[in-house]
Design a protein around this ligand. Structure first.
Ligand SMILES: CC(C)=CCC/C(C)=C/COP(=O)(O)O
Length: 286
């Protein structure tokens, strides 16, 4: 039965959905109605309310400082504007290093499958299986195979864009890893298969970016029943969790990876290649 989403216009002009009655996957076109409406009270900017604005102003540190000096603290105990400017960066630095310390401590505690002797060492093979399910090679190979096998224009369009998205993900993650150069946790055993040289760095987790991007892609372009949609989300979450349990990453690497992968999907949508664009590009090459 065709999905209700199939009634939406298709960006490329191709058929939006493949029949599923014969047990095949259905694809959805990229163009779909945006349902971003939210209750009007959420649209109201915080502080636009005059009472809140007044309250904020009365609570501002500058104002408080001003009032304390006006009460005659000529002894130099009151903080000047310059003190405020000097205090803020150090406060941010302290907050960041505390966060980092919590991150390292939590990641070490959670790395319970880092090796066979670890407390959950027996679960390590399962975690490594989940790791492979989010690795770039199976995803690239699987997508290329589906692209080759697909006999509909829409299927090819979707698979081609997924393939481009996967390449884009490898490039962007490689760039961020090379710039940030955060070392992997010390308890990690570097026994991953097929890695690039930048993969000795851990920020962000490439598995997490891929899981988030591919998860969003599958949910948007495959017409899946509710249990399968839940399974996609569960898989993405498990890929992220397995990175920390295996000791490959710190928690923040995975959290940032999820966010980055989520945003990368937006980029894939923006750069969406239609068959017409592709034909034009191929025509220019020929
Ligand atoms: C060789 C290819 C095509 C991809 C490498 C995939 C890989 C090993 C990424 C590293 O992921 P983490 O940053 O999550 O450890």
């Amino acid at each position: 039965m065709p999905s209700p989403k199939a009634k939406n216009p298709v960006r490329s002009g191709g058929s939006p959905v493949l029949g599923s009655s014969n047990g095949r996957y259905e694809f959805m076109s990229l163009t779909k109605p945006l349902n971003r409406s939210s209750p009007p009270h959420l649209h109201q900017r915080q502080g636009s309310d005059p009472t809140t604005a007044r309250l904020r102003a009365s609570e501002s540190p500058t104002r408080r400082r001003g009032s304390s000096s006006s009460t005659g603290s000529g002894s130099g105990q009151g903080l000047s504007e310059e003190d405020g400017i000097r205090l803020n960066p150090s406060f941010i630095r302290v907050a960041l290093s505390s966060l980092l310390a919590i991150d390292l401590w939590m990641s070490k505690r959670l790395g319970v499958c880092a090796c066979e002797d670890s407390s959950w060492g027996s679960v390590r093979p399962l975690m490594k299986l989940i790791e492979i399910s989010g690795h770039g090679i199976p995803w690239l190979a699987g997508t290329a195979y589906c692209l080759y096998k697909s006999d509909s224009a829409t299927g090819q369009e979707v698979m081609l864009n997924l393939f481009m998205g996967l390449l884009l993900d490898l490039v962007l993650v490689g760039i961020v890893k090379a710039v940030v150069r955060r070392r992997r946790p010390t308890h990690n055993r570097m026994d991953m298969f097929a890695t690039f040289s930048v993969d000795r760095y851990s920020f962000p987790s490439g598995h997490a970016t891929r899981a988030a991007m591919c998860g969003r892609f599958l949910l948007a372009h495959l017409v899946l029943a509710a249990p399968l949609r839940v399974l996609v989300l569960l898989w993405a979450a498990l890929v992220g969790l397995s990175r920390v349990l295996l000791g490959r990453h710190n928690v923040t690497d995975v959290m940032f990876g999820f966010w980055m992968g989520y945003c990368q999907y937006n980029l894939v949508e923006m750069l969406w290649l239609s068959p017409q664009t592709l034909q034009g590009l191929l025509g220019q090459l020929a």
